[in-house]
Ligand binder design. Structure first.
Ligand code: HEC
Length: 157
């Protein structure tokens, strides 16, 4: 068998196999009934089975949807200047780190107070020098920062 004869034979075999493939394929299509993998009923049944047990109710008592903004109720972490000082300001102002005026340091604070309390409030809120705005807690209200400034000033008068 030379190369040419081989190719003819080979292509013939391939052709026959292809035809057999299609024949079997079409017969299978005819004799196997259409298999429905999932109908609506099954889908619903599955969905209800895998549903989470609880659902969050994003509505208030009157059934009204609570807007995203309202549901992010600001947690009242701190209610007075002392709490804010202990949580936020003391990390710097107790030790006097970064040359911050120390808690209870009368001389340092009276010098600062000469600018006026309003200026101290503003600088605590907006930041000054190495001190970040609101002591690095932008989530706190200006009122709370002012209360913590008051708390610091009380220690030094
Ligand atoms: C990261 C350290 C740091 C934290 C936290 C911090 N401070 Fe300060 N604070 C400083 C430094 C440093 C200065 C001095 C800045 C300067 O004069 O350049 C300062 C200065 C101040 C002043 C004087 C501002 C002025 O005008 O002279 C006030 C008031 C003050 N801080 C209040 C607070 C309060 C209230 C908090 C907490 C809410 C707080 N600080 C948290 C570092 C800090």
């Amino acid at each position: 068998m030379n190369d040419k004869q081989f190719m003819t034979f080979f292509l013939g075999v391939m052709g026959v196999l292809t035809i057999i493939f299609f024949v079997i394929f079409f017969i299978a299509q005819i004799i196997v009934p259409e298999i429905k993998t999932a109908d609506e009923f099954t889908n619903n049944a599955v969905v209800s089975r895998i549903e989470p047990i609880g659902k969050l109710n994003y509505s208030d008592a009157s059934g009204q949807e609570i807007s995203a903004e309202k549901s992010l109720v600001k947690a009242d972490l701190y209610s007075n200047g002392e709490e804010v000082y202990n949580a936020v300001c003391q990390s710097c102002h107790t030790s006097g780190i970064l040359n911050s005026p120390k808690y209870g340091d009368k001389a340092a604070w009276s010098k600062r107070l000469s600018k006026g309390k309003a200026k101290l409030y503003a600088n605590a809120i907006n930041g000054i020098g190495a001190m970040p705005a609101k002591g690095g807690r932008p989530d706190l209200s200006e009122k709370l920062i002012e209360m913590s400034v008051d708390y610091i000033l009380e220690s030094a008068n």
